[in-house]
Design a protein. Sequence first.
Length: 207
Amino acid sequence: MNKKDDIWELIGSYYFWTKIVPKVVAPIIIILIILIILILQLSNSGIKSLKYRSDNNSILATQFVDKTYSYAKNVYNKDEFNIKLVSDKNRIEYTFKDKNKNASSYDLLAKEELTKLYNKLKDKKLIDDYIFSDIGIRTIELEFLYPTDYAFNYLGTTEIEYDEKTGFNKNRYNEEMNRTIITDERLNKVINREELYNYYTGRNKYE
C-alpha cells in the first residue's frame, strides 16, 4: 500500500469516527437499546398482568384507581350518595343527596364510606406492572360534595394511602377517622354561597 492509499485510509477513518459514528451509528445503537429495554419491560408487565389478573388478593398498580372505584360502587350507600370517578385526579366524588343534614351527620356518613372502602382494600397487595416507574406511595381521594348545581359545593376530602413497602396505611386511615372531614364552618360556607347565588340569579323566585 502506497502513501497515497494510507492518506485516503486515514481520511476515511477520520470521517467515519468523527462524522458517521456520532450522527448515524450512535443514535441507531441508542434507539436499539431503548427498544430492547421497552420490549423487556412490556413483556414483564404483560406477564404480571396475566399472572395476577384473576388474583382476588392483588391489584395491578396500573388498574388501582379503576379497581378501587369498582369496590366503591359495590359498597357505597346508594340512599345517601351519588358517586363518580375523576380518574385523571385519582379521585372518587361522593355527592350527598340530602341537603338537610348537619355537618356532624355528613361527617359520619363520609367516614362510613372511608371505612367501607378501606376494609375492601386493606388486605390487597398492589402489583407493580408499570413499564418504567415504581409504585412508591399511591393515594386515592374521596371527595364529598354538597348537593347543589352551584359550583362551589366542596365539603371535604379524605384519602386512602398505599405504600409499596408496608401496604395500605392503617395509621393514615386512623388519622383520617379521628379528624373532622366535614366541618360546620365548611358546610355553612357552602350553604351561604348557594343562598347568595340563588338570590342574585333569581332562582329562589321559582322555588
